[in-house]
Ligand binder design. Structure first.
Ligand SMILES: C[S@@+](CC[C@H](N)C(=O)[O-])C[C@H]1O[C@@H](n2cnc3c(N)ncnc32)[C@H](O)[C@@H]1O
Length: 215
């Protein structure tokens, strides 16, 4: 084979590999530069944060998992790996660039990406044919969002969750945890050092009443 053709092919292959390695980071960084207050962070969450957050989810009884602010989908493959075959993952983000990227790159029939605000979670859940969500994970930069928006999101989350479900947050400031404590029956917390920056994890549980059937 002609040396020129061979080196052009090698160059194309290494460009593709670099794109796969840095693609999501570049998309995330561009999204941050365009809307720093909405994105709130320059670096996606660490593997330690992801594993710790998802560890307490009752996956066997999870039919609808919702994620707010997925960004470029740092959590998505880990959620899909754990989700039952008949489960659904609904992700909601206000950033068009991120939603387009997710629609192009996440190939799984259980995956549903929606452009919009987490304030409208109840409408998005109904559109998927559900009344309730089992678990809701939030990657929203709560401390940089207007206070009334953050409050409306947590109140809507409390309403949309089934009993026995939980609202999961990770944030380097305690705002998300404090809001969760204001709206939920029981809150568990943890702290992860291995994240840039280190962050506070919180699980707000909507307790089961004696009259509620198991999930
Ligand atoms: C810190 S990034 C989270 C990135 C990703 N979840 C991670 O862990 O690496 C915050 C995300 O929240 C999104 N966002 C901000 N306000 C929102 C809102 N009201 N509803 C839904 N998404 C929102 C931003 O567009 C951004 O994708």
């Amino acid at each position: 084979m002609n040396t020129e053709i061979r080196s052009a092919r090698m160059e194309k292959r290494s460009r593709k590999r670099l794109g796969q390695m840095f693609g999501p980071i570049a998309v995330f960084f561009r999204g941050f530069l365009e809307a720093p207050r909405m994105v709130g962070s320059v670096i996606p969450s660490s593997r330690t944060t992801i594993e710790a957050m998802l560890e307490r989810v009752d996956w066997e009884n999870c039919r609808l998992f919702v994620e707010y602010g997925p960004g470029v989908g740092t959590f998505c493959p880990h959620i899909l790996d754990r989700l039952p075959a008949d489960g659904k993952l609904l992700v909601i983000d206000t950033n068009e660039r991120f939603v387009d990227y997710l629609k192009r790159t996440v190939r799984d029939e259980r995956f549903h990406a929606r452009l919009g605000s987490a304030e409208d979670v109840e409408r998005f859940v109904r559109q998927l044919g559900h009344d309730k969500a089992d678990f809701v994970l939030s990657g929203l930069p709560v401390s940089t969002l207007p206070e009334d928006v953050a409050d409306r999101i947590v109140a809507a989350t409390q309403r949309v969750l089934r009993r026995g479900g939980a609202f999961l947050t990770y944030q380097f400031r305690p705002v998300a945890r404090d809001l969760t404590e204001a709206h939920f029956d029981r809150v568990e917390t943890d702290f992860v050092w291995r994240n840039v920056p280190p962050c506070i994890l919180a699980w707000g549980w909507k307790e089961r009443g004696w009259q509620d059937s198991p999930a």
